[in-house]
Design a protein around this ligand. Structure first.
Ligand code: HPA
Ligand code: ZN
Length: 337
């Protein structure tokens, strides 16, 4: 199979995205437009100048610029426009199910109400279901650099928005902020019946992945690359079929890997790990989901079988209800090889 047919297959195959930060889809053009209407000054003079600042040596350097960009978002319409722009792109990439993380503390800490954030995002998700047939789940994520008390305060909002929030997540600066810091709030959410995920093993050690599994009871791991350094952990992940939501272009941009040719995705598949491909923060990392698949397939010589397996994993590992999962897996069967 030549490269062009793999690329064509990737573009057309129906797929799910399971690791996507909505604040990370904020394209410079939209950022300038919203800043203008909110009368906020951006530190950069043009879209080009802003984009040229997107060179990162590690996760923290990225996060600093990502949180600055998010400050432009103020009204429900802003959150709607941000989410809608992503969903239009996802539809073009043939995404039929998406699970979106949002960071409420990034907004409530600067005086934007939780309801403003969630209502704007949710309205766009409903419109995408109607207009594009894209189903979705919303993941409320805690910022791990903040104390657990702050996470507990944010968690209280869940009870007013049970109809909109299905999953809990954990993101931001990993090193020095182990999963155990959040074990009580996760245990509470587990008791309340929420689905759970957490970033672990992106920059942090395999030990953090163990903690996320053993102490937070997560159903999925976001990133998880560092799991490969621990054979016992691999056995556990494979045995329990814990999915890893892998983000190849993010890993490259944040220097988790030095070259896409050295990305561990193929090794993960070969070892029986339920890996999936996702875009993380596509406005900052140079590509939406199809671009992640295409560049990784090219670098690792992935076959159509590998692509199909990755997509199947994404449907199986999604938090969609069983009926929707069956529909999505049937679509994949019909699409074929
Ligand atoms: N890692 C941790 N936190 C994040 C990321 C990421 O890749 N993107 C947005 N917040
Ligand atoms: Zn992420």
């Amino acid at each position: 199979m030549d490269n062009n047919s793999v690329k064509d297959y990737i573009n057309k195959i129906p797929k799910a995205e399971l690791h996507l930060h909505i604040e990370g889809t904020f394209e410079p053009e939209l950022m300038f437009k919203i800043a203008d209407r909110n009368k906020i000054k951006i530190d950069y003079s043009s879209v080009e100048e802003l984009r040229s600042a997107y060179n990162f040596n590690n996760l923290q350097e990225f996060l600093n610029i990502y949180y600055t960009g998010a400050k432009v978002l103020q009204t429900e319409q802003d959150f709607y426009d941000l989410t809608w722009a992503y969903l239009k792109k996802a539809n073009e990439d043939n995404v039929i199910h998406t699970e979106i993380m949002f960071d409420p503390q990034t907004h409530t800490e600067r005086g934007v109400a939780f309801d403003t954030v969630i209502n704007g995002i949710h309205a766009a998700l409903k419109d995408a279901e109607k207009d594009f047939g894209i189903s979705s789940k919303l993941i409320m994520s805690f910022l791990r650099h903040l104390p657990q008390d702050s996470a507990f305060e944010i968690y209280e909002n869940y009870f007013n928005h049970r109809d909109k929030i299905d999953v809990l997540g954990l993101d931001s600066s990993e090193t020095g902020n182990p999963p155990t810091k959040f074990r009580e709030v996760y245990n509470r959410a587990f008791g309340d019946g929420l689905k759970l995920t957490a970033h672990a093993g992106e920059e942090g050690p395999a030990e953090y992945v163990w903690e996320a599994l053993d102490l937070l009871n997560v159903h999925r791991i976001d990133h998880g690359n560092r799991s490969l350094s621990d054979n016992k952990l691999i056995d556990r992940i494979v045995e329990k079929q814990i999915a890893l939501t892998v983000c190849p272009l993010s890993n490259l941009k944040l220097r988790v890997i030095d070259d896409l040719k050295n990305h561990p995705l193929k090794i993960m598949l070969d070892r029986g790990i339920k890996a999936t491909v996702n875009s993380d923060d596509p406005a900052y990392f140079g590509g939406y989901i199809n671009e992640n698949f295409i560049q990784t397939a090219d670098a690792l010589q992935l076959t159509i079988n590998d692509i199909n397996k990755l997509v199947k994993n994404s449907f199986e590992a999604s938090f969609a209800d069983d009926n929707r999962k069956i529909v999505m897996l049937n679509k994949l069967d019909e699409f074929g090889f």
